[in-house]
Design a protein around this ligand. Structure first.
Ligand code: ADE
Length: 223
């Protein structure tokens, strides 16, 4: 999968892609991530990409021209399955959306900043609008990092153990069961005996029951 991320402050999104699972996924060529600074597509001599809103009001708006030029340049090179705009008024991200997007071959993600982008960008180019929750961030970059992380870990070959993304919380509309590692006894707080029993069917049964109980208690809306 190739993901092209468009932003006027790409520095904000660089570091999540430079370590751990996502870095390894890039090194292993499971995923290619390209950051694009929309300032590079500005025809203005000051590299301006934002302007005051028509009709007045507070805040600046990202202009259509640099964004359109960047998207058109990318689209001339390959077909995109989706052009996603990160925005608090988009569809709220969930595991189902992440699963669907993880099957894409090429995707553009546009990060808004300031008051957002000119509506015509949304009308003319954007195919999907995604929010990471009902709160407002300073820009779409951190939201894009969250979205990319949720998708990339689902791509086959990215996680060492192929089954581990399938056993994540939310994959069956259930939260994940509790997990433990050494020591078996921490100052009197012990790991449940069943996990030390070596009896795999019993462990599975215990985990399923715990997942159900946890979901019932913490997120009954999922059931
Ligand atoms: N940009 C600003 N806030 C956002 C949010 N909650 N989700 C996605 N993009 C955003």
């Amino acid at each position: 999968m190739r993901i092209d991320i468009l932003s006027n402050v790409p520095e904000l999104i660089r570091s999540p892609f430079e370590a751990s699972i996502i870095k390894r996924a890039q090194d292993a060529k499971c995923i290619e991530i390209r950051l694009h600074n929309i300032r590079d597509y500005s025809s203005n001599k000051y590299k301006q990409v934002d302007d005051y809103p028509y009709g007045g009001g507070a805040g600046m708006v990202l202009m259509i021209e640099p964004i359109a030029k960047c998207i058109e340049a990318l689209k001339s090179e390959r077909d995109y399955d989706a052009i996603v705009y990160m925005t608090p008024d988009g569809q709220q991200l969930n595991q189902k959306i992440a699963n669907r997007c993880s099957l894409y071959k090429n995707m553009i993600i546009l990060c808004g900043h300031y008051k957002g982008v000119d509506q015509r960008v949304r009308d003319l180019f954007v195919t999907d609008e995604i929010s990471v929750g009902d709160y407002v961030l300073s820009g779409g970059e951190l939201a894009a990092a969250v979205f990319c992380d949720a998708i990339i870990r689902l791509i086959p070959g990215v996680l060492g153990n192929e089954t581990s993304a399938l056993t994540d919380s939310f994959q069956d509309n259930l939260l994940a069961p509790p997990i433990y590692t050494r020591p078996a006894d921490y100052k009197g707080s012990k790991v449940p005996d069943v996990l030390m029993s070596g009896n795999t069917p019993k462990v599975e049964e215990w985990r399923e029951k715990q997942a159900e109980e946890r979901t019932k208690k913490l997120r009954p809306d999922l059931l």
